[in-house]
Design a protein around this ligand. Sequence first.
Ligand SMILES: [Zn+2]
Length: 346
Amino acid sequence: MDNPIHIINLSRMVVMGSDLWGSVKPTIEKLGYKNPIVLDDKVTRGIVGKKVTDDLNCDHFEITSPTMDQVNSVGDIIKKEKYDIVVSIGGGSVIDVGKLAAFNVSVPFISYPTVASHDGIASSRASIRDGEKKLSVEAHPPIAIIADTKIVSQAPYRFIASGCADLISNYTAVLDWQLAHKLKGEYYSEHAASLSSMSAKVTIDNADVIKEGLEESARKVLKGLISSGVAMSIAGSSRPASGAEHAFSHALDMIAEKPAMHGEQCGVGSIMTMYLHREDKYKTIKEALEKIKAPTTAEELGVSDKEIINALTIAHKIRDRYTILGESGLTEMAATKLAKVTGVID
Ligand SMILES: [Zn+2]
């Protein structure tokens, strides 16, 4: 097929500002929905979940884990009670469960992130556990995103640093995508790739001004994460924002005794895969991460040298996606050398 149909699903509204709990109701009204349900968890209920639920005068459901069981229970409740829109208030799990549950029963979903630690807050993909396996499932992007700079800036700074690291890692994701396009003829969108790289560039350019407790910093990161989500929507896959550095992070999630945060691991992965792509550029990534106070070493991630090396050697098997790691991946010797030369391990 020369011209296969390519559908781009985008969010309709982004509401950005400070202290936005009162904006959820008018947003739902503007979108024309009447019967919302709020999803939150123990922590985010106290932060803003209860306020939003009271303002909407609606039901809420507490998410305890990002599992398929939970996705199915939420889907059943939505159908039974005929809710017509889902509002997820939280970090990873609440957003992921809400996104997929809403998609499965064909109702729209609003994302109200309380942290800005990864680009899942605006993307169409949900990361869900099914038994032992962690799945990345395609759903729809949120119909609206409530980007509350006050809430996000008040969360522990580590989340913002992790979000920045996830954005910076877009650089290597795009390089991997270009490689797959050239070597494997994979579909490539210049617009999606440019937008994704731009989110990385703006983050690196702003590395000096991203600071703890500042709403302006939260705003910058939220904008970047939303742009990154749009890049994925244009591409119709996570390709623009997920290459070998993400495979490395998923590998660490599987094997590390105590994995770090998604964005933190992707940032460290990006230092190493940038070295493989362009030796002269890895320091740019590393220095930006250092300025933002995101981890750049195994020690700072809280994982062992052995776990870093093992993750590097299995990363190419994580998913069927061509990257700089090639089809056979790195040998233990090559992985050790790479981690050492980039200063990730001693
Ligand atoms: Zn990511």
